[in-house]
Design a protein around this ligand. Structure first.
Ligand SMILES: Cc1cc2nc3c(=O)[nH]c(=O)nc-3n(C[C@H](O)[C@H](O)[C@H](O)COP(=O)(O)OP(=O)(O)OC[C@H]3O[C@@H](n4cnc5c(N)ncnc54)[C@H](O)[C@@H]3O)c2cc1C
Length: 342
């Protein structure tokens, strides 16, 4: 349970891979730590955008489903008992001096306030929204057959599905759902795909019916989606497809939104950080996709390193007697108890 009047050593904003690892690390260093996320579940892009995709480039995992990596990160993060607040989008950040100490106050969209001595910002690409289509029926059937995310493959079992889009998500989901759905049709408004060449080749030789130069004209149904009308954008010829679900994979609009108003220096669309992962405001650190520095690579693996750096410098800031270097966890006799530093 969160008591928002409590003062925390560090508050992590965003529970993607960087934030989850960061809050674990903060607890490992004995910090009183909290994690906040706007979404209703922990895991960031891993659980929201591509839970059923395999990841091949995380150290120690030759091949891991995004949702399984998220589950392990959550288990590790929660093992040391941080405070967790979900459905909490941070909109405002204020700071004040109290007894010569800087205190940050984070206000969330439900009006709660969270007090902290330091902040680690791991808000990724910001709070994201799927791109919607201004087509009759689409908005009406959201949640009743119109999908922007695939959280569970099983809800598409034996269904007839229309996928709209020509990027990696559309192509990958068409392939990934082939063993689950009864029939998949994919439409794309051009004949060039913005997806990995190998995946496109696989798609074109799969059972998926691919219609290039086709767009969605209307979605119809009663209580749920029953039909989608598509048209050839070269000739205007229309065709009605019997479908149970339409997955719209046209990408996302991500916006740092309120974070841009917090007075932090912005660089190339991200928050500028130095080698300690400090932003332009003392006490606020950033890591993961949101952090910008020369040579930045937006990868899960680089986010882990960045957030460990951020947390170790945050520890040294709130407790100047402590070392930045944490020592080796393998030198510990056992994991710290969940009560340490809380
Ligand atoms: C389809 C796809 C496939 C990918 N495959 C790979 C791969 O194979 N290997 C790889 O290394 N990377 C891959 N990536 C990239 C990887 O997922 C990201 O680099 C990683 O998720 C970034 O982690 P993060 O913790 O910085 O941010 P995120 O995962 O984006 O998490 C940020 C969190 O912050 C929250 N948030 C944002 N704003 C606020 C706010 N104001 N208040 C509260 N919470 C907020 C969001 O809700 C979100 O949960 C892929 C990405 C996509 C889209």
């Amino acid at each position: 349970m969160d008591n928002s009047k409590d003062l925390f050593d560090v508050t992590v904003i965003g529970s993607g891979p960087a934030g989850l690892y960061g809050v674990f690390y903060a607890r490992l260093r004995g910090m009183k730590a909290k994690i906040l996320d706007a979404l209703p579940e922990l895991g960031g892009q891993l659980v929201t955008l591509y839970p059923e995709k395999y990841i091949y480039d995380v150290a120690g995992f030759p091949k891991v489903l995004a949702k399984d990596l998220a589950r392990n990160l959550v288990e590790q993060a929660l093992s040391l008992g941080p405070t967790v607040c979900l459905g909490a989008k941070v909109t405002t950040l204020k700071s004040r001096e109290e007894n010569s100490q800087r205190i940050f106050e984070l206000v969330t969209d439900d009006g709660s306030s969270h007090l902290t001595k330091s902040v680690v910002l791991t808000a990724g690409i910001g709070a994201f929204q799927p791109k919607r289509l201004d087509v009759p029926g689409v908005i009406d059937f959201e949640g009743r057959g119109i999908h922007y995310f695939v959280n569970e493959k099983k809800i598409f079992r034996d269904k007839e599905i229309l996928i709209v889009g020509g990027g990696d998500s559309a192509v990958d989901w068409a392939l990934n759902l082939s063993d689950t759905a009864k029939r998949i049709t994919l439409i794309h408004r051009r004949d060039q795909f913005r997806a990995h060449e190998e995946s496109v080749k696989e798609l074109l030789s799969s059972q998926v019916e691919v219609n290039t130069f086709h767009e969605l004209k209307a979605v119809r149904g009663n209580s749920t989606v029953e039909e989608a009308v598509i048209f050839d954008n070269r000739t205007g010829a229309e065709r009605a497809l019997r479908v149970d679900a339409v997955i719209i994979n046209l990408g996302f609009r991500a916006d740092l939104g309120p974070i841009k108003e917090w007075g932090l220096e912005i660089d190339r669309g991200g928050i500028k950080v130095n080698y300690r992962m400090e932003t332009s405001v003392v006490g606020i650190f950033a890591a993961g996709d949101i952090a910008s520095h020369p040579g930045k690579l937006k990868l899960i693996s680089t986010g882990f390193g960045e957030v460990a750096t951020a947390v170790n410098f945050a520890k040294n800031l709130v407790d100047p007697g402590s070392k930045v270097f944490p020592g080796h966890s393998s030198d510990m006799q056992s994991m710290p108890s969940t009560a340490i530093g809380r």
